[in-house]
Design a protein around this ligand. Structure first.
Ligand code: NOJ
Length: 520
């Protein structure tokens, strides 16, 4: 075959695949209300780089990634996508897409290099001011995460970060600096991204900083996997409550925004259709989500956990309970996959696949078949119906509290043998996103109060333990030149957003003549 014919054959195959994927999920543009937020998501450590620029201090992830052997390809966030210096270009990318919101996180160590033990870093404040103003100018609403895993290392060294109640004061101080500096323009705040992941990976398996764990987990110098995850979670919950109560008391009325929290939320299917595996599903969901959301919404840990963890769960004092009354305005859901859940409360748990104290083993395979098409990220499968299911779970358990899908996305494997062209022709990602959005729309039709959806991620970026070996971006990033190139999925999102006719924020220049207010 001639070169030209091969090219046309390739394009036609791609087009047919695209059409059939869209058709198989039947995504219809009219399914979303005009006020719905459609955006892309990122986080500070994963894209900003500039790890020592502008008086920023070292974060826990800066320190951790520099330890030998912690990250698969030895990658760090030192440069990442260099978004700190290229944010104007990245704002243009979003403008092309046509999104009306951008979810990003603030680097605590850029704003408060020494926590509450030092000065507010005006250079850091200025960076986020410029970013916020630049997106508003394009009619894009900021959707801000206060903490997406990274904290100033000094807080770890001084008092053990999340293990100490002192962090509640530090976190409250940080949140207030942000409300004061940015709250006139930010209407969506989330206190934490995936605190369930921070507690489990930081203190149970010890694979994330601060690398705490105990036997039978290995590879940590110190820790107690039976106690510390619960203690860290407790301080995170109370830090959320501290920030939410400050916001409610002093800022929300004037700034008229919302404050929420984001959970990492897989859906689960019973491995066998037995009563024990069905209750394993309920336990897995409770240990993932209700661990944090029940205390915040209902004032105490979920019964599913109290029964098993008992006295290892810390107690909320009456002062704590008072603070918890600040609750939250919305739940952020990061949803990627569905897994099978198998009970091991009544049988022996296999250590490597079991999920801590929940006595649940999870797997993506049953009888030799995967639960959905595998993706490059281990344990992430394409199972679109899981989106509707997890939303309906939250709807029922939390009385239809407003929800945002704060992350959903597809990863490609990346190494020097994978041609760039293959990464740009990301039809599998388009199929994944279309089908998950279709499932989301179904949940909305069933009455779920979902108000927005963010693709993870705008750009290929630093994927934590996997470094740069996985690519989640709808824009390809060349890590030598840092050049950004749209993948087919970016073009697809642009076309999709053109069709949905969402409301764009009236372009504004943000605040003029800004002065920096600090908490008294
Ligand atoms: C969840 C996390 O919030 C984000 O940082 C991560 O990159 C994605 N999931 C993909 O694993």
């Amino acid at each position: 075959m001639k070169k030209k014919q091969v090219f046309f054959l390739g394009v036609s195959v791609w087009f047919l695949q695209l059409i059939s994927s869209l058709a198989s999920c039947g995504l219809d543009h009219t399914q979303f209300p005009p006020s719905f937020l459609f955006g892309t998501a990122t986080s500070s450590y994963q894209i900003e780089g500039a790890y020592l620029a502008g008086n920023k201090s070292l974060s826990n992830w800066d320190v951790f990634t520099h330890l030998p052997g912690k990250i698969k390809d030895g990658g760090t966030g030192d440069v990442a996508d260099d978004h700190y210096h290229r944010y104007t270009e990245d704002v243009e990318l979003m403008h092309y897409l046509g999104v009306n919101s951008y979810r990003f996180s603030i680097s605590w160590s850029r704003i408060l290099p020494r926590g509450r033990f030092g000065e507010v870093n005006t250079i850091g404040i200025e960076f986020y001011n410029k970013l916020i103003d630049a997106i508003l100018l394009k009619g894009i609403q900021p959707f801000v995460t206060l903490n997406h895993y990274d904290i100033p290392q000094e807080l770890e060294d001084r008092y053990g970060s999340w293990l100490s109640p002192q962090i509640q004061q530090d976190y409250g101080y940080f949140a207030e600096v942000c409300f004061k500096a940015f709250g006139d323009r930010v209407k969506y705040w989330t206190t934490f991204n995936e605190p369930n992941v921070v507690a489990k990976y930081g203190y149970l398996s010890g694979t994330y900083p601060p690398n705490h764990c105990s036997s039978p987990e290995g590879g940590c110098k110190s820790g107690d996997s039976a106690i510390e995850p619960y203690l860290a979670a407790h301080n995170i919950i109370l830090s959320h409550a501290t920030a939410a109560s400050i916001y409610r008391k002093s800022y929300q009325v004037n700034q008229s925004g919302m404050i929420g929290m984001v959970m990492s939320s897989a859906w689960y299917v019973p491995f066998r259709n037995t009563p024990t595996d069905r209750s394993a599903v309920q336990r897995a969901l409770a240990f993932d989500n209700a661990w944090f959301l029940d205390p915040i919404i209902y004032g105490d840990y979920p019964p599913e956990m109290r029964q098993i963890v008992g006295s290892r769960l810390p107690i909320f004092s009456s002062d704590d309970k008072e603070k918890l009354k600040s609750k939250l305005d919305f739940i952020g859901i990061n949803h990627y996959t569905t897994l099978y859940a198998q009970d091991c409360l009544f049988s022996q748990c296999n250590f490597s696949t079991s999920r801590g104290d929940s006595f649940v083993q999870t797997t993506g395979e049953r009888d030799g078949l995967p639960i959905g098409d595998p993706t490059a990220m281990p344990d992430f499968y394409m199972v679109p119906y899981g989106m509707e299911k997890i939303i309906m779970y939250f709807k029922e358990r939390y009385n239809n509290t407003p929800m945002f899908i704060t992350e959903n996305g597809y990863s490609q494997a990346s190494n020097k043998d994978v041609p760039m062209q293959d990464l740009l022709n990301d039809t599998a990602r388009i199929e994944y996103l279309t089908c998950y959005l279709d499932s989301l729309a179904m949940a909305v039709r069933h009455g779920a109060d979902v108000r927005g959806y963010f693709i993870w991620s705008l750009l290929d970026n630093f994927e934590w333990l996997y470094g740069y070996t996985l690519r989640f971006g709808i824009y390809y990033v060349d890590y030598n030149t840092l050049e950004r190139t749209p993948k087919q999925s970016a073009v697809w999102y642009h076309k999709f957003l053109n069709g949905v006719k969402i409301l764009k924020q009236k372009p504004s220049q943000g605040r003029v003549g800004r002065t920096l207010h600090l908490p008294s």
